[in-house]
Structures are given as C-alpha cells and as structure tokens.
Design a protein around this ligand. Structure first.
Ligand code: GLY
Length: 360
C-alpha cells in the first residue's frame, strides 16, 4: 500500500492506494477519527460486488454502521437525491460526529461530499473511489457538487474529505469505456505538468490497457501527487488550479450539447484536450508536433479525437456558460509544450470559430 499526503493545514489528509485497500478503510479511518456512526453511501451493484470487503473493517472498530444505496449514474447527482440522503441521515439520528463514506465513482463522491458539506453545516466524510477517473481526479481536492437542470456541478462547495482510500482491485470490474475515460484525465496530468508521465503513457499504453498492476499504481500515484501539488497551491481555484481543467472547457460544451448521452465525461475531455492543443498551435503557443502527439496518445488509449457535428455558434454560447468564464470572457488552458501550460483569459470568438473549422 502506498501513501500520499495532501497538505492543506488543518484540512490535510492522506490518500492511500493499493491492492486490497477496501478491507483497511475502517482501520485507516480509526487513526483519523472516532466516529459516533458510519454511513456508507454507494450504489447497489458496487455494494453487491464489494460490500463484504469494505463493511467488516468498520464493524471491527465497533462503530454503528448503516448503508444507503442510491441509483447508479449521473441522474443521481441532484438536490432531490441529496434530500433523500438528508432524510435518511435524520432518521438514523446522525450527528456531527457521524462519518459518511462515499463508496463509488465520481457521481457518488460529488453527491456524498456535497451532503457531508451541508448536513448540519458539515460532517466528516471519506472518499473510497472505485473508478479510474475518481481515483485520479474527483476524489482528491475537495470539489463537491450536484447538478442543476441548467448545468453540471452548479450547486456545490469546496469541502475536503478526511481520508481518500483507493483500491486498485476495483478497476478490474470497471467497464472498459469507463477505464478509458479515466485515462483521459491521466493524459491531462502529463500534458499540464509532467512530460515524464506523458512519455510513460506513450511507452506503456498496451500494459496500462491490460490493467497491469504496476503500471496502474504508477499512473494513479503520479496523478494523485500532481493533483495534490496543484490543490495545495490553490485549493479554491482562484487561478492556478484551473490548469486541471485543461480540455474541460470544450469538453463540458460537448457533453452539454450532446445531452450528456453521446460521450461520457472523459471522452468529451479527450476531444477537448485535442482541440485545446490545436488552438494552442493556432495561436502560436506551441509547434504542430504537440497537438499531433496528444492526438496520437488519445487515439491509442481508444478515446475519441474528433468533434461531433455541432453548430459552432452553440458551442461558443456554451463556452460562455463555463464556470471559469468571468465577465463574459472565454478562458482557455493552452499548452506550450508537454508539461507546460498557460491560462489565457480572453480567447476571441473568431479564434474559436477558426479552431472549429480545423483538421490536422
Ligand atoms: N477536476 C478538477 C479539479 O478538481 O479542480
């Protein structure tokens, strides 16, 4: 088992990574907190697959334990679902010493984190991410949210977990497209921060796709360390943390305009990264070789690289709704070289139109 620290003063916590971590969550949590009650929130399929592994560790500590199941999928990330959980927590007489365990992928992590941030003005929670995307990105750094009919993650809070426990074994049961989608976020870390990670991904793609444990450990640990370093510098995304949104500006627009049904998040981010790199070249920030290398790796990981057929005007309007957009100015994270990034505050509509017509 490997350990990483995320250093945020009194909000610091540990990320534990490895095989068979599920059986050790209770013991690891006991070193951080002595809860009055533990409530595990998950979805039925995961509970069936791994309930037997994770529950005994809490029982061994002698803690009162309850399980709340929520339906799988993005449609559960709503205020309505949060309210259902609040009701259950009240029925269970949870108090401020109760701990929530978010056991699942990004949807469960964001939803449970949001409930933890708001129930009785905040109770502790633990992230136990089970997808590649949540292990390398959403479980670390304290972004919690539910969706609003008008947009994704519109209602939320920065609220850090007390522990993150990622069991790499859960990736074996993850659908292949979900695994590939998670790889998009790993590629992102290579592009924005770590040319060595990018090289490693290029050289080890097949082994990674075969879920070889050593490779998984390497890419997940490296991704979490990068995320920790970025969040330590700018926890509440006043500026620098935005680099983590490389590929997401266009990615979010693609997701929204295709009704959140044609592409899963990582796939939309993959296309968004390729186009952000093309825009970087178009604006003279990097040589042509950079978007080509990114596109090749994205393709090799089985991810899409082409924009779907969408009206450029609708894409531009959608970019203005991005949470990073302030004072009606489109922000873009551009790449200057692998591992080197620049945040540009004022991309013109003309440049976006030119980009949307481009092929390389
Ligand atoms: N997923 C981007 C961030 O946590 O800032």
């Amino acid at each position: 088992m490997q350990r990483l620290n995320i250093d945020l003063g009194e909000r610091s916590y540990e990320i534990i990574l490895g095989s068979d971590v599920l059986t050790k969550v209770g013991e690891s949590l006991s070193k951080v907190l002595q809860p009055s009650r533990v409530v595990l929130v998950t979805h039925p399929v995961l509970f069936q697959l791994y309930g037997d592994k994770i529950l005994p560790g809490f029982k061994d500590q002698g803690w009162a334990l309850d399980v709340i199941e929520v339906p799988e999928g993005e449609t559960s990330k709503t205020l309505k679902q949060a309210e259902i959980i609040y009701d259950r927590l009240l029925d269970l007489k949870c108090d401020r010493k109760s701990v929530l365990i978010a056991f699942g992928g990004g949807v469960i992590g964001d939803l449970v984190g949001f409930v933890a941030a708001t129930f009785q003005r905040g109770i502790p929670f633990v992230q136990v991410p089970t997808t590649l995307l949540s292990q390398v990105d959403s479980s670390v750094g304290g972004k919690t949210a539910v969706n609003h009919p008008k947009g994704k993650n519109i209602i939320g809070a920065f609220y850090q977990p007390r522990l993150v426990a990622a069991d790499l074994d859960t990736l074996q049961s993850l659908p292949k497209e979900e695994f590939r989608a998670g790889l998009a976020e790993v590629i992102k870390y290579g592009v924005i921060y770590d040319a060595t990670l990018f090289d490693y991904l290029e050289q080890n793609t097949e082994k990674i796709m075969r879920l070889e444990k050593e490779c998984l450990m390497h890419i997940i640990k490296t991704s979490c360390s990068i995320k920790a370093e970025v969040v330590e510098k700018d926890e509440r995304e006043s500026h620098y943390r935005m680099i983590l949104n490389f590929g997401h500006t266009l990615g979010h627009a693609i997701e929204a305009l295709t009704g959140y049904s044609k592409f899963i998040h990582g796939e939309a981010v993959a296309i968004g990264m390729v186009y952000a790199a093309k825009l970087s070249h178009q604006l003279g920030k990097c040589p042509q070789e950079i978007p080509e290398r990114i596109m090749e790796l994205v393709k090799k990981c089985g991810l899409p690289v082409d924009l779907p057929d969408l009206d450029p005007q609708l894409i531009i309007e959608s970019l203005y709704h991005d949470k990073k957009t302030i004072n009606n100015k489109i922000k873009f994270i551009l790449v200057k070289g692998i591992g080197k990034i620049e945040i540009i505050n004022d991309i013109s509509e003309g440049d976006i139109r030119k980009l949307l017509q481009k092929t390389i």
